[in-house]
Design a protein around this ligand. Structure first.
Ligand SMILES: Cc1cc2nc3c(=O)[nH]c(=O)nc-3n(C[C@H](O)[C@H](O)[C@H](O)COP(=O)(O)OP(=O)(O)OC[C@H]3O[C@@H](n4cnc5c(N)ncnc54)[C@H](O)[C@@H]3O)c2cc1C
Length: 432
């Protein structure tokens, strides 16, 4: 197949959740679409594998709630098309010091965006969840009925299956090396490491933690998306308490309801999901990690300081109900962080102009919004714009003259164990 050149309306590079959802959206609109993935489909080396992702609409930034609400509808729509569930509803609970700026922004945005929620003090929250969660006196909690768990690998597989059903062509073990303008016909030529070439009227790059490298190679452009290696940790629920931490169908966080998804603001930011994928275990990680080169992962154990702070948090919050002595399962995953933790969704510009759309930097919180991101990217490909969606906060231009990007009125939430600038240097210096 050396130098073969098949033609497509759109070529999508990267089959994580964003690329798979985009391929499905494009194929559904009748476009001839090709999805190329460098590894096996459903591999575990990127960001979209595993057993659980939180869905919540409570955000310190005002612009995500609407995207989450649209995604919620689209998750349910895709589920009814495929005939099985990937989203499991429960309540979501945010907690933190009453004066925490991020949490205060969360509350303000719930009002602004009409996200159903209740603000509870430390006593009220204990009543709300029948004593299963204890927080300090000076903390507040926000309970919202918009919450739940998405099963990531199953969801990616769902989008890929729906894409195939709608006529898309999916190829794995196809590493994209070049994306060039086709000066003769217009559109782009996409070449793989195996020597195959494809022509696309448009190209969408959803390369996750490899985004920075791929974009640099094909355009020379530096985009500030930093891969971080992070650890997912599962902890054992003590005998007799398993049912108290289980999710239940239909949701609810009260005495008869299931356990909520949760986030604890402050330092560090800790999050978790109810017991679902591994009965008797509960997922409680820290939002953060170590800068890395995705090609040279260290697969390291959790940072000792981060581990110590989660242990302390579990002990204080869940008392003796969860064994805080050690996590019983530790998994590795990649974040692709932007300096402001906002997404990048934009035309690449430069020589590739409006032929190439890039979507990355989902910064540890993008999974829930994959359906709407797929829809936005399909709109950009088909119409050149995404009507009714404000993409201002996701433009590449926000980093021009301001490397930190969007200015925010609250503290950073992610914990980096080395400085962003050092790791950018490491990444840029790596071959390939
Ligand atoms: C531990 C962890 C917890 C998270 N928790 C949540 C959560 O609770 N809620 C939430 O909403 N989000 C969460 N996220 C974030 C969410 O999972 C990610 O935002 C999302 O999975 C990013 O998907 P992606 O498609 O951009 O990247 P990826 O899944 O990494 O996909 C990119 C794909 O591109 C491929 N690729 C790269 N370069 C090339 C190339 N040159 N040629 C061909 N293919 C290429 C890669 O192999 C990869 O398969 C979490 C992430 C992690 C790691």
């Amino acid at each position: 197949m050396e130098n073969s050149c098949d033609q497509f309306d759109a070529i999508v590079v990267g089959a994580g959740v964003m690329g798979s959802s985009t391929t499905y959206q494009l194929a559904k609109r009748g476009l001839k679409v090709l999805l190329l993935e460098q590894f096996d489909f459903l591999h575990h080396r990127g960001s979209s594998h595993g057993e659980s992702r939180t869905l919540r609409a409570t955000y310190p930034e005002a612009y995500y709630a609407a995207m989450v609400m649209d995604s919620l509808r689209l998750w349910e729509e895709a589920e009814s098309e495929i005939g099985y569930k990937v989203y499991f509803k429960t309540h979501h609970l945010d907690m933190g010091p009453a004066d925490d700026k991020s949490l205060r922004s969360v509350i303000a945005n719930c009002h602004l965006n009409s996200v159903p929620h209740r603000v509870l003090d430390s006593h009220q929250v204990s009543d709300e969840v029948s004593g299963r969660i204890q927080v300090p006196e000076n903390w507040v909690c926000v309970v919202s009925e918009i919450g739940g768990v998405i099963k990531p690998t199953k969801a990616v597989s769902m989008f890929q299956t729906l894409a195939i059903r709608n006529g898309a062509v999916l190829r794995d073990n196809m590493e994209v090396r070049e994306i060039e303008s086709d000066d003769l016909r217009g559109g782009v030529l996409v070449s793989t490491a195996s020597g195959e070439r494809f022509w696309g009227r448009k190209c969408v790059v959803t390369a996750g933690a490899w985004m920075k490298k791929l974009v640099k190679r094909v355009s020379g452009m530096e985009i500030p998306i930093q891969p971080l290696e992070t650890n997912v940790m599962y902890w054992r629920i003590r005998d007799g308490h398993e049912a108290e931490f289980a999710i239940t169908t239909g949701g609810g966080s009260g005495s008869h309801g299931g356990f909520p998804t949760f986030a604890s603001y402050g330092k560090p930011y800790i999050y978790g999901t109810p017991s679902l994928e591994f009965p008797g275990l509960i997922k409680i990680p820290v939002h953060g990690g170590r800068g890395c080169d995705p090609e040279r992962r260290k697969w390291e154990a959790p940072d000792p300081d981060a581990l110590a702070s989660v242990k302390e948090w579990i002990q204080a919050t869940f008392g003796g109900r969860v064994d805080a002595s050690r996590p019983v399962i530790v998994q590795s995953c990649l974040y692709s962080m932007t300096p402001d933790e906002d997404f990048v969704i934009d035309f690449l510009g430069g020589e590739l102009g409006k032929e190439v759309v890039v979507a990355g930097g989902f910064s540890g919180h993008g999974f829930k919004m994959a359906p709407v991101v797929g829809q936005i990217l399909a709109d950009l490909v088909v119409n050149g714009e995404a009507k009714g969606v404000d993409l201002r906060h996701f433009e590449l231009a926000r980093f021009e003259g301001n490397p930190k990007g969007n200015v925010k009125d609250f503290e950073d939430q992610v914990k980096f164990s080395n400085s962003y600038e050092d790791e950018v240097a490491i990444s840029a210096a790596s071959p390939n």
